[in-house]
Ligand binder design. Structure first.
Ligand code: PAF
Length: 320
């Protein structure tokens, strides 16, 4: 009798411990060393330490669970719990992200932080709940710049006809159409397509040219800084709502700290990246005619993309 009781207590102990522990599947499309992976790896380190191993994270990287749209669908369905996803592809799920992806919206990092970490950023994260996402925080991709293999680009006229890969985002496609390019939506990664000249160019922040070695296949870079590109650190809303208050607080705290760590890290590395890309032989246009680029896309806010009154009202607030 005594032995049975001890046995039952042991079984109960292990059952309780097992149900208390939690495994999070977190997906990114990029490879180790990339901006998203730095957030993901830091989040894993922090949450595992702070929960004393009760919460563990498995990072699925390099698009092993599919492209960003597919990851977002899996998060909605609850088969993946979290992701660090570029704001661009959220466009298909909630047009509100077109507000933060608006061209030339932010002049610098400080302004981006002020807005994204403030009430307007919160409004965007909150809005994602309508499509089944819990937007937790913004981390950063950075200011996007144009690269191509064909010619030096200084003004929008130089872009005419260039085949530029864009993310799965109606806004990004329209920006490049408006600038006179031939935009081609394509999921990440795109090295082979650039190498085989299926596309002439692409646009992304500096870390991408370094980590993905685009200096090997893209001769020209133009510092257009046309969009400040953020990542949305996201969870499935249903999964999130089922967590205990303590776990929600732990996860929210760890993702916030990971995001802030990554933004600081990304910015600190940009000067070194620029020097490296120059050394590797890229021809870098540091001072394109930004006024002309801005003028070309100035009318975007009046297009159908922003006709949803909710999206339009928020954009106006941001622009002001
Ligand atoms: O161009 C993209 O798809 C994104 O900027 C990338 C490279 C996945 C990083 O967020």
């Amino acid at each position: 009798m005594k032995k049975t009781l001890v046995f039952l207590l042991i079984v109960l102990f292990f059952a309780t411990t097992a149900s208390a522990s939690m495994k999070i599947k977190l997906a990114v499309v990029t490879k180790p060393g990339s901006a998203q992976n730095i957030v993901a790896d830091k989040f894993k380190e922090l949450i595992e330490a702070r929960s004393q191993g009760e919460i563990t994270v498995k990072v699925f990287h390099s698009a092993s669970l599919g492209n960003e749209t597919e990851i977002l669908q899996q998060i909605q369905m609850g088969t993946v719990e979290m992701g660090i996803i570029t704001a661009g592809p959220f466009d298909t799920f909630d047009p509100i992200v077109r507000v933060v992806n608006y061209p030339f919206l932010f002049k610098d990092n400080d302004q981006a932080d002020l807005i994204l970490d403030g009430p307007l950023g919160q409004e965007i994260l909150k809005s994602l709940e309508t499509s089944g996402f819990k937007g937790l925080h913004f981390s950063e991709n950075g200011f996007r710049n144009l690269t191509n293999s064909k010619k030096a680009v200084k003004t929008p006229d130089d872009i005419k006809g260039l085949k530029i890969r864009v993310m799965a985002s109606a806004l990004h496609k329209t920006i490049w159409q408006t600038l006179g390019a031939n935009p081609t939506p394509m999921p990440w990664p795109i090295y082979t397509e650039l190498e085989q000249s299926v596309i002439d160019g692409q646009e992304n922040p500096l870390w991408v040219m370094e980590v993905y070695k685009f200096y090997e296949i893209q001769k020209y870079m133009t510092m257009t800084r046309h969009v400040y590109s953020s990542h949305i650190d996201v969870a499935g809303l249903k999964w999130w709502n089922a967590l205990s208050d303590d776990n929600r607080a732990l996860i929210a705290g760890a993702i916030k700290d990971a995001a802030i760590f990554q933004r600081t890290d990304n910015r600190a590395k940009n000067a070194g990246r620029m020097a490296l890309l120059g050394k590797k032989g890229m021809i870098i246009e540091q001072h394109p005619d930004v006024t002309a680029f801005r003028a070309r896309v100035a009318d975007l806010k009046n297009m159908d993309l922003y006709s949803d009154p909710r999206v339009n009202a928020l954009l106006i607030k941001m622009i002001e």
